[in-house]
Design a protein around this ligand. Sequence first.
Ligand code: NAD
Length: 319
Amino acid sequence: EVKPGNTVLASSISKKFLKEVDERIQSMVSIKPNGPLLVAFLANDDHAAEMYATWTGRTCESLGVRYELRKIDDKDFLEEAILSANEDDEVDGILVYYPVFGNAQDQYVQQVVSREKDVEGMNHVYYQNLYHNIRYLDNNQDLKSILPCTPLAVVKIMEYLKVYNTLLPEGNRLYGKKCVVVNRSEIVGRPLAALLANDGATVYSVDINNIQKFSRGESLKFAKHHVEDLGDYSEELLQECCQDADVIITGVPSESYKFPTSFIKDGAVCINFSSHKNFDDSVKTKAALYVPSTGKVTVAMLLRNMLRLIENRRKMAGN
Ligand code: NAD
């Protein structure tokens, strides 16, 4: 088989970001002599979550971040455990491995985590800022907003792969790019489509029911993205959207799902954030750059978010 492009692993991409995190941690030793403390709650026996917990622990260790995995056997005690971490001045960052309850209660739990310690960027304020293309938490633009980790990881991967054109003004660096995102969950797919569209792309957001177009309109005339329904999901409509797509991003949580390789245009960038391989090996005959998984970059973003939260807290305290 012909393989005209390259496979780029999340482990290589994350190196660059972990190095930046490392440098920022070094520069913080005066205020955090023992290193920052990240507390993670695991209240399920999900395999992917446990793997992710292990990587997070290892990565933290290698960077001088204290990582405490708190396993909660009885889900009923999770909320109290989070509340006490919220109150604990020693704790710099909090994260929870989802799914916990596997239903809307998980959204409630997300909002229990204090906004100032929410390294995953799941607080409502952060999502709302993202959707409205608001990049700061304050009017003076001193405190940068936090972005949810996995959508942010995909953006950083696209910057690394030079899909973002740095010759364009910040905020418009995806102008002219067409992206397809197969997943529209509130955690990843919808915020990701919005982020890419806010940066100037035309995004086809695909879920099991329908396909929508996210964009800032002709000549990027709008300050934030708008959404248009294109129709019910069908393979034909998906294929049409993929025809000139520069980037195809998948996040289908199923072992058997495979994105049709024949829909990928020659030289497209393909990124999969699902814990299952949504592209089969033939993707390599089409993709210029293929990123088979993103988890390790997500971990780097989690730490990056934690440092930003620490900096924001310091600024708010006025020192
Ligand atoms: P979810 O179940 O909430 O959402 C799945 C989405 O995929 C929905 O929008 C659904 O409509 C869509 N979908 C399902 N089957 C489809 C099909 N055949 N065609 C088109 N769309 C389809 O899941 P989630 O929380 O978004 O997680 C998705 C995957 O991403 C999981 O595998 C999860 O483990 C992974 N994930 C990875 C990271 C990471 O950092 N890499 C982070 C979070 C989630």
